[in-house]
Design a protein around this ligand. Structure first.
Ligand code: NGQ
Ligand code: ZN
Length: 453
């Protein structure tokens, strides 16, 4: 049984020195702090539990860099979405799998060990169902399996183009279902998830724009205790649309009409007033923040200080996957709050608290809960999902263990991640995924083919 002796490890009650961790049968079976080095120990860096990525659209990794040229007097989220629809219109099932494998590999290399794939690409480009209606969901499951990341599959229900409801747009053909077809997709997805170690299933009404109130009721009934993820209040245009349609703001509308509780993960929730913040936090929901995407798409800045003061739960997601990493997301989260408030250490939990440690712990706990995964911790009995930072990384050189997370999140990036284990199996070594060359080669071939179309 291999043993690893980590220079430091973040245990449930704080950083410990010289920690021997033994993994077996997918779990952590022994944790010994203050251990003396033995010849058979593998030397490890600074160990943390793996982070959950609560919100990904894996295929969007393939369009990184394709929407950064100004095409209108004012580009916006909505003009980005047109490019995204153009991009997804040509992808084959093989492309979906190749891009997802690349994105999932980069997630592991960036410190995530589980992904919540909010999967809405279901059909062929002309909108017809594949012979196997779960074809593309099974491509996602297969990419996760190949790469070795844990999956919470969130099959998305999408039926309409906007509040009202408005008819779906042409670019949305690949997403659409009726409730019966969705229920059978969900059954198939349950089967896919059963075949993957530690995988979970949730449901994902796309947004209040894409589902009607009665569809939302039906979806909530299908959830059967599983997590429910929904995009909400990301853009001001969406807030205005919801007000025009219902007289209520999106988060208020959801709280009035759906049984929102700790099972719910609201993606973005960028635009909330003070009363929505208080109500949503009291309901126990998690907000799935996607700070890099929210900056990239020009969404706005969520009311971080109010959410913090209300004791609200957070998680992080990489969403459009334009750049992938735990450090990148948590740093952007804090920096947006600093820019908005003209203060520093805004999200730190209290006097003397480290901003990095506060954010890391909050996002790890909130993310695992939102993805129906065990609480992350380096302790006996927990899944052996461990991320080790490189003790030689320049960003970690100053200070002792108490500054490791601040050094990584604010002074470093994904390159500080050295080794990653999922279920005790090492998937990243020396900063590279163990099958990096093969996964990248398939991805590059696919990206070039798509670019030439
Ligand atoms: C999505 N992405 O479904 O990929 C959305 C854009 C929409 C983000 N919201 C489409 N970041 O919301 O209509
Ligand atoms: Zn999204």
């Amino acid at each position: 049984m291999p043993t690893h002796l980590f220079k430091h490890a973040l245990l449930p009650d704080g950083w410990a020195d010289s920690v021997r961790i033994v993994m077996s049968g997918g779990k952590i079976v022994s944790v010994e702090a203050g251990a003396v080095r033995r010849p058979d120990d593998c030397a490890g860096g600074y160990a943390l539990s793996g982070m959950a990525n609560v919100h990904s659209h894996a295929f969007q990794r393939g369009m990184a860099g394709l929407a950064e040229r100004r095409r209108h007097g004012e580009d916006s989220f909505w003009s980005w979405r047109e490019i995204m629809y153009w991009f997804l219109d040509r992808m084959t099932p093989e492309d979906v799998e190749a891009i997802a494998a690349q994105a999932f590999m980069e997630m592991l290399q960036g410190g995530f060990t589980r992904v919540g794939e909010f999967h809405y690409l279901h059909h062929a480009p002309d909108g017809t169902a594949y012979d196997d209606p779960a074809e593309l969901s099974s491509r996602i499951a297969s990419a996760a399996d190949t790469v070795g990341i844990r999956l919470t599959l969130l099959p998305c229900f999408y039926a309409h183009g906007d509040f009202g409801p408005q008819p779906a747009l042409g670019g949305q053909r690949r997403f659409l279902h009726g409730l019966d077809a969705y229920a059978s997709l969900l059954d198939r997805c349950a089967g896919l998830v059963r075949g993957l170690d530690g995988a979970a299933l949730g449901i994902a009404p796309h947004s209040l724009r894409a589902v009607t109130p009665s569809e939302l009721d039906a979806l909530v009934a299908l959830a059967d205790g599983r997590p429910i993820h929904i995009h909400v209040a990301e853009q001001t245009r969406e807030v205005e649309g919801c007000l025009g349609w219902s007289g209520r703001r999106p988060v208020d509308w959801l709280l009035d009409h759906a049984p929102v509780d700790h099972r719910w993960c609201l993606i973005h929730a960028t635009h909330m007033d003070a009363s929505e913040v208080g109500r949503l936090a009291a309901a126990g929901a998690t907000i799935g923040l996607c700070p890099v995407t929210e900056a990239s798409l020009g969404d706005g800045i969520f009311p971080g200080t109010a959410w913090r003061d209300a004791g609200g739960r957070i998680a992080i997601g990489t969403d459009c996957n334009v750049a992938i990493g735990v450090a990148e997301e948590l740093r952007q989260l804090e920096y947006a709050q600093r820019l908005a408030t003209r203060r520093r250490n805004v999200m730190a939990s209290g006097l003397g608290a480290s901003t990095g440690e506060t954010l890391f712990a909050a996002a790890a706990a909130g993310g695992a809960s939102a993805l129906d995964a065990p609480a992350p911790a380096i302790r006996v009995g927990s899944p052996a999902d461990i991320v080790a930072l490189d003790p030689d990384a320049a960003c970690l050189a100053a200070g002792g263990p108490a500054t490791i997370l601040d050094g990584w999140l604010f002074g470093g990036d994904r390159s500080a991640v050295r080794d990653v284990w999922v279920g005790g199996r090492q998937v990243v070594a020396e900063g590279r995924h163990c099958q990096a060359a093969a996964i990248r080669a398939v991805y590059v071939r696919c990206a070039r083919r798509l670019a030439a179309l």
